[in-house]
Design a protein around this ligand. Structure first.
Ligand code: F6P
Length: 410
């Protein structure tokens, strides 16, 4: 590659999105790229010419290793939707102007469905206007809902955190030997896809009885059936732990979390409703109906920021997709995203390839029906086989004064 490159991060952070930046940086340096710029706050920051030079942080012995152990988006993120091209050409021209100013040949963007829309729009504009710059998507999302790729970097680590935390919570909730159980409801992110909530099923193992039910957005949520299930469990058990996805919906199309909020729910630039409060709402409803003690846990950003418990498989794959995006760009590819392609489970093996961004941007992939149990409140061995390899392995944090050390942008 003759020119420089730029890498950006976009959308909800993950525990391993920085490993993808590390992968881009390492591959680019191996190829002799002079400058690897970072977009400060994604494409939104880029449009304001807000860049940093990654050499300042990574061109030393510890930089890359620290970056891999740093949660959230080191470069800063954004939720910025590129406007439609027609009538907004000046926004697109601005991107190319800044690329030219810094001699940037290729732009790498790590993100989920919405961020892949940015890659699509920019590569479409380049193609329509004969611009030589290239654009590559680097997959990431705890939601695991990008199509084509077997799974998304970020998912394995969030799933490991969910399974681990639920194992711990199940031990806690079952420690009181009283006649009436505490009903604990845990809310898990993932928007309209139940992939991450499904990871609650991974809590079950030789040393843990597992959660009692998992409610996914792939199934319509029925309040009466839910209440009947809770009552039945409460009669038979001394501890009840239920996982719910933040995206569960009623038959009228409303999210359960909308019942919890008074007035309109906030939406982001892509029109996604802000989801929160499902577990609290359900816990309150159960308490009111049964008189039982209830507790609501919302894992919230903890589940996507827990780099101290990241899956090593996930860290390595996040690095790999960043690395391979640079190799693909070097080969002249543009308007594509790197995908993870599973080659086997025993032993688990996964490679990468590239795929046309048009088939990926804005498409949400949900949990396949055949992995959801007949009662709609659990996952079967098909899911277990798929997900368990993704949470394997650990990377020891580097500690400072008793807490994991992070790399922070100046
Ligand atoms: O897309 C990732 C995600 O973490 C979703 O699971 C969640 O609904 C959303 O982001 C939350 O976004 P924000 O942090 O912008 O509220």
């Amino acid at each position: 590659m003759k020119g420089n490159i730029v890498v950006g991060q976009s959308g909800g952070p993950t525990a391993v999105i920085n490993s993808s930046v590390a992968g881009v940086y390492v591959a680019a340096k191996q190829l002799g790229v002079k400058k690897v710029y970072g977009m400060v706050h994604g494409i939104q920051g880029f449009l304001a010419d807000n860049l940093c030079d990654l050499d300042e942080y990574l061109d030393n012995e510890t930089g890359v290793e620290l970056l891999k152990r740093t949660p959230s988006a080191f470069l800063g993120s954004c939720r910025f939707k590129m406007p439609k091209i027609e009538g907004n050409e000046e926004v697109y021209e601005k991107v190319f102007e800044i690329m030219e100013k810094h001699d940037i040949e290729c732009l790498f963007y790590a993100g989920g469905n919405d961020s892949m829309d940015t890659v699509k729009m920019l590569s479409d504009y380049a193609a329509a206007h004969n611009k030589p710059q290239r654009f590559m998507g680097v997959p990431k999302t705890i939601d695991n809902d990008l199509p084509i790729t077997d799974h998304c970097p970020g998912y394995g680590s969030a799933a490991k955190y969910i399974a681990t935390s639920l194992k711990e919570v199940i031990r806690d909730n079952s420690s009181f030997g009283v006649e009436k159980p505490t009903i604990l409801i845990a809310e898990i992110m993932g928007r309209n896809a139940g992939w991450l909530a499904a990871a609650a099923a991974l809590a079950k193992d030789v040393d843990c009885e597992g959660v009692d039910a998992v409610y996914l957005p792939e199934r319509t949520f029925d309040m009466d059936a839910f209440m009947a299930k809770v009552k039945d469990l409460a009669e038979r058990k001394s501890s009840v732990v239920i996982a719910v996805s933040e995206g569960i919906k009623l038959s009228d199309g409303r999210y359960v979390c909308e019942l919890a909020s008074e007035g309109d729910v906030a939406v982001d630039a892509f029109g996604h409703k802000q989801m929160s409060g499902t577990a609290a709402y359900l816990a309150q409803a159960v308490a009111a109906e049964t008189g039982l003690k209830t507790r609501a846990i919302e894992f919230s950003t903890l589940q996507r920021a827990a780099t101290h418990l990241a899956s090593l498989t996930d860290i390595n794959e996040a690095f790999q997709v960043g690395h391979d995006a640079v190799i693909a760009a070097e080969e002249g590819k543009t308007g594509m995203m790197i995908t993870l392609d599973r080659n086997g489970n025993d032993p688990y093996q996964c490679g990468t390839s590239v795929y046309d961004i048009h088939a990926i941007a804005n498409v949400e992939r949900t949990v396949p029906d055949e992995w959801i149990t007949e009662d709609g409140c659990g996952l079967n061995e098909g899911y277990e086989k798929y997900a368990r390899p993704l949470i394997m392995g650990e990377l020891q944090p580097l500690f400072v004064n008793g807490t994991p050390r992070h790399l922070v942008r100046k």
